[in-house]
Write a protein that binds this ligand. Structure first.
Ligand SMILES: *Cc1c(COP(=O)(O)O)cnc(C)c1O
Length: 354
């Protein structure tokens, strides 16, 4: 295990926390006192620094800005009833981060920098974890290329950082979803399974078009036939059909392997559902709806946990749901939250002490 001595630590003189009320704060707007920063040069990671949160000074030729070698993660830390900080499944995010790095031809980040650095940072800024129901500390690790040279090639230099943002309840109203048939998010052989910055930029146009039509998000379909469902915006998607929960499988590499997705699969099984990870066509979804068997449709992700879908539109076929009558999505959300806030036994070892 790495000791604090392996990090260069500079503390703030005065915490910004004195000026901020941690109740009901918007997602991703405020950042804590400190950040982690470490540079990769000459084939190795330098000594990580934890220092006051501050702007970066960059050359306009910075490679990441031009060619998009940039990846990130999203994790949350919570306080249990005793006020102790715990992180939800960070090892899964760490391994996914390095899978993204490999796909983007970026160096692997060592476990001690990612995990111990994150814990140290959280320990230093633990006062920033709101001690309130539905509040959490959002953890954003990221890496980008830092060569200062214009030329398309993998960078030789990189920067890995972690910043922390306290968040209030991320209420996500039931969504209206448009099944996308023109634009695509991910193709087999592409980077859909990587949490790479470009995936999000590439999705914004289609999302904006759907918003113009009055929808909150798109449900992505496969690139070849626009037939098989993939993900809902930046969330994985689940369909409850009869006593079976179906979510698209990860085989084609077009879907981001969500940590929430994996957790929801485990909880659904505990609740007695058959869970199928398999290709699911929009036609099958519509058939289930016509047969009265499509009970619930919801998205899963770290930010909102579970987002219920109240309307799903495919061409001219509109499926509407009374989400107030749903049992499954709310039950999963409360089970997951109870584990996170230390109110329900963590039988899977998901919570890691910061
Ligand atoms: C981050 C993300 C998810 C959800 O992953 P979690 O680990 O559950 O937060 C799903 N889809 C996409 C495209 C994502 O970027």
């Amino acid at each position: 295990m790495i000791a604090a001595a392996d990090f260069n630590i500079t503390k703030v003189e005065r915490s910004k926390l004195n000026d901020i009320n941690l109740e009901n704060i918007p997602f991703g707007k405020y950042f804590t006192d400190h950040m982690l920063e470490v540079d990769y040069e000459d084939g190795e990671w330098k000594t990580p620094e934890i220092k006051p949160y501050q702007p970066l000074l960059m050359e306009p030729s910075l490679a990441a800005i031009h060619y998009g070698q940039a990846i990130f993660e999203g994790i949350k830390a919570y306080k249990n009833p005793q006020g102790e900080p715990y992180i939800f499944r960070p090892a899964d995010n760490f391994s996914r981060f390095n899978i993204s790095a490999e796909r983007m031809q970026m160096p692997q980040v060592p476990e001690h920098i990612f995990m111990e650095g994150m814990k140290l940072l959280i320990e230093m800024d633990s006062n920033w974890i709101p001690n309130k129901e539905d509040h959490a500390l959002y953890i954003r690790p990221f890496m980008f290329s830092t060569d200062e040279m214009i030329g398309v090639r993998p960078s030789e230099k990189y920067k890995f950082m972690i910043i922390l943002s306290p968040t209030g309840p991320y209420y996500s109203a039931p969504m209206r979803i448009y099944v996308e048939e023109q634009y695509v998010r991910a193709v087999p052989g592409g980077i859909g399974y990587a949490k790479a910055a470009g995936n999000y930029g590439a999705a914004m146009f289609a999302t904006a078009e759907a918003k113009k039509k009055g929808y909150d998000q798109v449900l992505w379909t496969d690139a070849y036939e626009h037939k098989y469902v993939q993900e809902c915006g930046t969330m994985n998607v689940f369909f409850i059909i009869g006593n079976t929960a179906i979510t698209p499988d990860l085989e084609a590499g077009t879907i981001l392997a969500g940590v929430t997705r994996d957790s929801v699969i485990v909880l659904l099984k505990e609740m007695g559902f058959n869970v199928e990870e398999r290709p699911l066509s929009i036609d099958d979804v519509i058939d289930a709806h016509k047969a009265g068997l499509l009970y619930e449709v919801f998205g899963t992700g770290t930010a909102a946990t579970i987002s219920m879908i109240k309307e799903l539109r495919y061409k001219d076929y509109v499926m509407e749901f009374d989400t107030n009558a749903w049992k499954t999505a709310p039950e999963i959300k409360s089970r997951l939250n109870d584990i996170r806030y230390g109110k329900r036994e963590d039988t899977h070892g998901w919570m890691v002490k910061a």
